[in-house]
Design a protein around this ligand. Structure first.
Ligand SMILES: [Zn+2]
Length: 281
């Protein structure tokens, strides 16, 4: 465990880029073998805006990375943050609690707030207006959203008090986890369900991409499914009934255009249509 954390403490940017590229490539190929939805789309054409927004996300994170370092250093020097106030524990447990709490504050809470605050929803919307969710959707975030998420991550690092090695480990795991749960892959239902007790599985996250409420406002988890299950935001919906997108933004041309998406947060707020009745099982 110590060597893992030491590695991530000084992980070169080139290795982080490699994780990103290998992850997308792996799931992209897997989507060709076991697709969930037989999309009638041009895969590269669809990927274009998503890769553009992945790129802007990298730029934002790269430009602000020094703040993460400074914050993690501050917590180490001052012994500040939840994890430093807990009693002495084995390193693996320390790392696990660190990852879980970063996931709660920097990702789950960020995501939930983005759905509940109208102004933020208009920014996060860009992630949801993809009509063909696949592994490239994972980082389809408007640059403003990349900044908002960065602030939450920063607050997470401060409150949790995680050393930079665990922060970088978290970010790398998060990258692969989101590529995985957005991937258009069909896993055996049972395996998906078993996985969804620990991490956010592909079927679990797809529910969140259904075009209508209440499903859009469920399953906010990033890596761990614990938070949705704990806070009652976990929902199930049959994967064959899911329709991707957002009910109030049905314009497929705008939703596939970089320019259209860059401007999307500046549309007037559109109230969602009436929620669907819940499908209980
Ligand atoms: Zn969302």
């Amino acid at each position: 465990m110590e060597s893992v954390i030491n590695y991530f403490e000084t992980i070169p940017s080139s290795h982080r880029s490699l994780i990103l590229v290998c992850g997308i490539t792996f799931f992209w190929l897997l989507e060709g073998v076991v697709p969930l939805v037989a999309f009638n789309y041009k895969k590269w054409r669809h990927a274009l805006p998503n890769l553009f927004f992945t790129f802007t996300t990298i730029i934002v994170n790269f430009a602000l990375a020094f703040l993460l370092l400074k914050t993690a250093d501050f917590t180490a020097v001052e012994q500040f943050g939840i994890i430093n106030w807990l009693p002495e524990m084995p390193l693996w447990l320390y790392a696990l609690i660190g990852l879980l709490l970063l996931d709660l504050i920097g990702a789950y809470t960020a995501h939930l707030v983005e759905h509940k605050v109208k102004l933020l929803w208009r920014v996060h919307l860009v992630h949801h207006t993809d009509h063909n969710v696949d592994t490239t959707t994972a980082n389809r975030h408007h640059p403003l959203e990349s900044m908002i998420r960065f602030v939450f991550t920063l607050v997470g690092v401060l409150l949790v008090g995680t050393p930079i090695g665990i922060v970088m480990l978290y970010q790398s795991l998060s990258l692969v986890a989101t590529q995985f749960n957005h991937a258009n892959i069909k896993m055996p239902r049972k395996l998906d369900e078993v996985l969804s007790w620990v991490i956010v599985s592909p079927d679990m996250h797809k529910v969140h991409h259904h075009y209508k409420l209440p499903y859009t406002d469920s399953n906010y988890g990033n890596i761990f499914s614990l938070w949705d299950r704990l806070f009652g935001t976990f929902m199930k919906f049959d994967r064959d009934s899911i329709v991707y997108g957002v009910d109030t933004f049905p314009d497929e041309v705008e939703n596939a255009s970089i320019k259209g998406l860059l401007k999307q947060p500046f549309h007037k707020y559109r109230k969602a249509t009436a929620p669907e009745t819940l499908e209980l099982d």
